[in-house]
Design a protein around this ligand. Structure first.
Ligand code: TYM
Length: 330
């Protein structure tokens, strides 16, 4: 059976970008594949979270995974740091990753810009840790959003390089995967340009209350409006339509596209509709989330189950890698 694996950093609540880029795939794939879904808490240390925030965010994301429909009886759901074997594989893989290629990674360059006072070695080797997450369970498919494409390319490169150095055919080359279409998804933010993201401050969370969603959507950046029929669409308006396409019915999208093309659109109507459709879309999720978040016994049980299953697979890989590398008994 093919293996699927993916993870999310616990940096707060999941937003629509996380959901449409990743989690809806997770839910879909768990019925047909052997799936590993984890919470990338080692990765989140690159931004130096406070211990109490880290713990809280892990509980939040685990509850959100479950509220979205991840099923611990179908998929292995675990916390990255519960599986220490990942850290060992990361150490070993670091020996075959070159500083030059790591420095050229887009996400690294972005982080250097965003947090110039905290350019730690963990940021530089972020892609190596991510490759270790993926390779440790021999994943075939990795459902992620568009922003993670380069990391997957690097994972394939590290896998190939390991196989070449040790003259083995050990690691597979994992492929990015989107169940819902050919291309990976990029959900835009509400600020006119770029992707939706926690650190960009332009995100709508799955747990946001209706009033918060309305406020955020009504504040979204627009333009002065089409001057004449069939005007080209500016990026902020395209972005609103991209989100509308995810949460609304095709009829609704068509209606507003028509209005735009006739140059009769009122952005306030578009935003109102978008807000109400996001609220409707996220409502079942909001309700389930609170209930799961409060059930600590259940969360502990899920965590323990995932840890045991993930460790079984991970320790086998690390044992084999150690042998390939030459760490053996006399
Ligand atoms: P993270 O935590 O930044 O994001 C989690 C997932 O959500 C997707 N995503 C988006 N997709 C579309 N549009 C957006 N605006 C958007 N924002 C976020 C991301 O593409 C991702 O799939 N490095 C990873 C976590 C990770 C991982 C792994 C993933 C660590 N190890 C191994 C897969 C396999 C990250 O930081 O994702």
């Amino acid at each position: 059976m093919k293996i699927v694996l993916s993870g999310i950093r616990p940096t707060g609540h999941l937003h629509l970008g996380n959901y449409f880029g990743a989690v809806r795939n997770f839910v879909k794939l768990q019925d047909e594949y052997k799936c590993f879904y984890f919470i990338a808490d080692y990765h989140s240390l690159t931004t130096h979270p406070k211990p109490e925030h880290l713990q809280e965010n892990i509980r939040t994301v685990l509850s959100e995974y479950l509220a979205c429909g991840l099923d611990p009886d179908k998929a292995t759901i675990y916390i990255q740091s519960d599986v220490e074997e990942v850290a060992e594989l990361y150490l070993l893989m670091n020996m075959n990753a070159y500083v030059g290629e790591l420095e050229r990674t887009t996400t690294f360059k972005e982080k250097v810009r965003k947090q110039p006072n905290n350019v730690n070695a963990g940021l530089l080797t972020y892609a190596v840790l991510m490759a270790s997450d993926i390779l440790i369970h021999h994943a075939d498919y990795v459902p992620v959003g568009k922003d993670q494409e380069q990391h997957l390319e690097m994972t394939r490169r590290f896998a190939r390089r390991f196989n070449n150095i040790y003259d083995v055919d050990y690691f597979k080359e994992p492929q990015p995967f989107n169940f819902f279409g050919k291309d990976l998804v990029k959900v835009p933010g509400l600020d006119g340009s770029g992707k939706m993201g926690k650190s960009e401050g332009n995100a709508i969370n799955l747990t946001d209350e209706p009033e918060v969603i309305r406020k955020k959507v009504m504040k979204a950046v627009t333009d002065a409006g089409p001057k004449e029929p069939n005007s080209p669409m500016s990026e902020p308006i395209q972005n609103l339509f991209s989100i509308l396409e995810l949460v609304s019915t095709p009829d609704t999208v068509e209606h507003f596209r028509d209005e735009y093309n006739k140059a009769t659109i009122r952005y306030v109507d578009l935003k109102r509709q978008l807000a109400e459709d996001i609220i409707k879309f996220t409502q079942p999720f909001r309700e389930k989330y609170q209930q799961i978040y409060n059930d600590l016994d259940y969360l502990r049980k899920v965590r323990k189950m995932g840890k045991e299953k993930a460790k079984e697979s991970a320790s086998k890989t690390v044992k084999e890698v150690r042998e390939i590398i030459g760490f053996k008994d006399f």
